[in-house]
Design a protein around this ligand. Structure first.
Ligand code: C5P
Length: 238
């Protein structure tokens, strides 16, 4: 498969067209950003942790019946994916209260959310990703009520699967963000799932094992990513 022109360059990944119809190549970069791009850095080898963890999660989810865009890794840095028509939603599943819902609502950090809470934001940096509700999503014609129901169901299933996998390594899945797209009429999981898009706490110590280390200068983010990537991928290596 040959890499062709850049289709889209996001904050931490570049997506390329290929010579194969319906397939794209995602390249993981060393960029890390937070606060709507207000904080930015380039961290050597960051790509490797995001690529490793994302491909690991996608494979695991596929094996467990979740449809994703993942096809295979071309090499350690490049992921072959099915081309999706992306849906501009950031679907966030929360098991414990942290981050923006603690800032915006009277939740105490660490409060268990049972059942898990789904928050859906409109993916639009120029509007600072405002929160949506079901009526707005339908009125904006972003998704039909049926598609929205499917998105929520799949998001909860992904949460169940990831929560279990991470718990086996002593990691609490606090929350995470995912994005979906359409392949024909099928809703598939797209984008990436990595420490950049999740909140992970060590079960014993409560230590942050994710991008909060970078956001809030809690320590050496690359050392954290290195350790947590090894812990996550070990969950299924013999
Ligand atoms: O900031 P907030 O608490 O709303 O984030 C919830 C979860 O979604 C966090 O794990 C965060 O890393 C992720 N997120 C993301 N991209 C965004 C917003 C949130 O990956 N644009």
């Amino acid at each position: 498969m040959k890499q062709k022109k850049v289709l889209y360059a996001g904050k931490a990944k570049t997506v390329y067209r290929t010579d194969t119809k319906g397939k794209l190549i995602v390249e993981f970069r060393d960029d890390i950003t937070a606060f709507d791009g207000g904080k930015k850095d380039v961290l050597k080898n960051k790509w490797s942790y995001n690529a490793e963890v994302s491909s690991f999660f996608f494979s695991y989810l596929e094996e467990n019946g979740v449809r994703t865009h993942f096809v295979k890794m071309l090499d350690e840095r490049h992921m072959v994916v099915h081309e999706l028509r992306m849906i501009p939603l950031e679907v966030i599943v929360r098991n414990l209260a942290a981050g923006s819902i603690v800032r915006n609502y009277p939740f105490k950090e660490g409060t268990k959310l049972e059942p898990p809470v789904i928050v859906i934001d409109y993916k639009d940096d120029s509007r600072h990703d405002p929160m949506l509700n079901d009526d707005l999503i339908v009125a904006l014609k972003i998704a039909t009520p049926r598609e929205l129901a499917k998105i929520k169901k799949v998001a909860l299933e992904i949460n169940r699967l990831l929560f279990k996998l991470l718990a086996a390594q002593g990691i609490t899945l606090v929350d995470f963000k995912i994005e979906f797209g359409r392949k024909g009429k099928t809703i598939c999981l797209g984008d990436e799932i990595s420490m950049d898009s999740m909140r992970l706490w060590d079960k014993k110590t409560g230590e942050s094992l994710d991008k909060d280390v970078y956001r809030f200068n809690k320590g050496d983010v690359m050392a954290t990513y290195n350790r947590v990537a090894a812990r996550i991928t070990k969950t299924r290596k013999k």
